[in-house]
Write a protein that binds this ligand. Sequence first.
Ligand SMILES: Nc1nc2c(ncn2[C@@H]2O[C@H](COP(=O)(O)OP(=O)(O)OP(=O)(O)O)[C@@H](O)[C@H]2O)c(=O)[nH]1
Ligand SMILES: [Mg+2]
Length: 245
Amino acid sequence: MPAYNAALTLERTYADIPHDLVDHVILVDDVSRDQTVGIAQRMGLHVIVHQQNKGYGGNQKTCYDAALAEGADIVVMLHPDYQYDATRIPALIEPIALGRVDLMLGSRFLGDPLAGGMPRWKYVSNRFLTGMENLVFGQRLSEYHTGFRAYSRRLLETVPYHRNSDDFVFDQELIAQAIAAGFEIGEIAVPTRYFAEASSVGLRRSIVYGLSTLRVCARYALHRIRVRTSPKLTPRAGGKVDGPG
Ligand SMILES: Nc1nc2c(ncn2[C@@H]2O[C@H](COP(=O)(O)OP(=O)(O)OP(=O)(O)O)[C@@H](O)[C@H]2O)c(=O)[nH]1
Ligand SMILES: [Mg+2]
């Protein structure tokens, strides 16, 4: 769980995690200004505290490093803001456990995001960016912008996620890396939940995020047609050697 000011929602989020299936829960705190760390420690989570605010992507880098160091076979990324339904973790990870795909996305767009309270402007921009990404990446996914994902160990060992942005676009860069490395992606439907504590990203940051996402698409396209090879999209040396299935 990449956490930033999650004190009001952390306990609820954690309570929904199926603990018979999930062996280990890591929370990385990105210098929250509230009681996130204290609450997480009291709950007995594996807590890592950043000394400096690194941003959402920087937070995930620490999360995945720690998860791999703990020996995780499958890593689930879950926002601690109770926006995503953690009871869906078994369905989310099943295709990875069965070896069918290496990346799973919990998609709000397979349901009714507007009914779940997604603001209309976010709905429209999500739709637009998802359409562009499908076109460029050659996929048919219903959304790329979810904060509920699962990765196989071999995916995280293969893609050079440390090279990614420390900001929100990290999520899009990781998907581009997965596709460039030839990994299969699957999705399941998850309910949309919007409420005050679950959403802090306003118009300005969303515009930056949208433009950065388009840049990820452009970089991917140039890489694919070999006009400009991108180190970000080149699998790590010493990573997976046998090629994705
Ligand atoms: N590290 C870090 N994390 C942040 C920051 N701002 C938000 N986050 C985290 O990023 C995640 C997404 O931010 P949210 O505010 O939930 O975004 P949202 O408004 O729900 O986004 P949408 O689902 O697109 O509406 C949450 O888990 C936050 O805790 C930040 O400045 N630094
Ligand atoms: Mg949120």
